[in-house]
Write a protein that binds this ligand. Sequence first.
Ligand SMILES: Nc1ncnc2c1ncn2[C@@H]1O[C@H](COP(=O)(O)OP(=O)(O)OP(=O)(O)O)[C@@H](O)[C@H]1O
Ligand SMILES: [Mg+2]
Length: 320
Amino acid sequence: MTKLKKVLQYTTMNNIITIQNLTKAYDNGFVALKDINFTITRGEIFALLGQNGAGKTTLISIICGLVRPSTGTVTVNDDDIIKDYRKTRSYIGLVPQEITLDPFLTVTQTVAYARGFYGRPRDEKLIEEVLTDLSLWDKKDNKIQELSGGMKRRVLIAKALMNEPEILFLDEPTAGVDVELRKGMWDMVTKLKNRGTTIILTTHYIEEAQEMADRIGVIADGEIKIIEEKDALMNRLGTKKIILTLTKNCDTLPPELVDFSGLSLSDDGHNLIYSYKKSEHTGITTLLTAIKGSSITFTDIQTEESSLEDIFVSLTQKHE
Ligand SMILES: Nc1ncnc2c1ncn2[C@@H]1O[C@H](COP(=O)(O)OP(=O)(O)OP(=O)(O)O)[C@@H](O)[C@H]1O
Ligand SMILES: [Mg+2]
């Protein structure tokens, strides 16, 4: 095999989901997705971020075969989601955004039936492991109607895992789940990733995406605005700030410092703030030398870094 062929084969093997020219117009004419093109890499954690109504659930529902695309194709493991629906669905576990559970079944019954639904034999060990990982073991004999909202959401995750899926979609999995349990949930996601599961999630807690995701996709008004490795994205668009607490408040910048771009005074004149892009050369040394030669003296120095949330807000605001 030539080197090129090998590279090509590796590339396709490495793409577990391929989305091409995908659009979705709902029956009422509303266009929820516009020409979506991207791939999901095998084994990655991919976070899809977007404001309410951006099109996240629509996109996930199409890949999972619950909503029909208007145009375009989606393949999962090289199988077409429409022509080979049963096959593609069998690779996937979906944790839906809406809670849809039978209130009268117990937790164990719910997950055991889910496994049966996937045509797999009952597996007590798996049930115990999954329920324990999701801190639901002590609720195993409770009826769904006896659970709290956060517990029900975790039952949805347990259900999806009964298929031992290669790909797990988590659509707002932590909505209504308290901080401690959310942490437990992410530990479980890390465990799945380490076993090779590909994970695609949406969340409104952007700090979670910042912590968990390998890659970030931002969607707004049905269009993908950005797809990038998280670290690269944060380096490219992230900003850093150096904040100097001044010995004496200042109304205006002294003449030695007026030419520095990115330099400003806080409204109360108590701080001198220098903002710069993480990816650019900073010029800190030149700045500090200029400060030394000016009338300004300072008592403290602090640094701040922008979060993925700041970047997300600036990205989605631009496109409003
Ligand atoms: N069945 C439907 N018929 C018509 N329009 C729909 C339908 N389902 C969703 N939409 C519209 O498509 C757009 C995208 O909805 P979607 O549920 O995909 O957004 P989302 O990004 O998941 O939002 P959220 O963060 O609120 O979950 C919205 O404007 C919504 O009103
Ligand atoms: Mg949604």
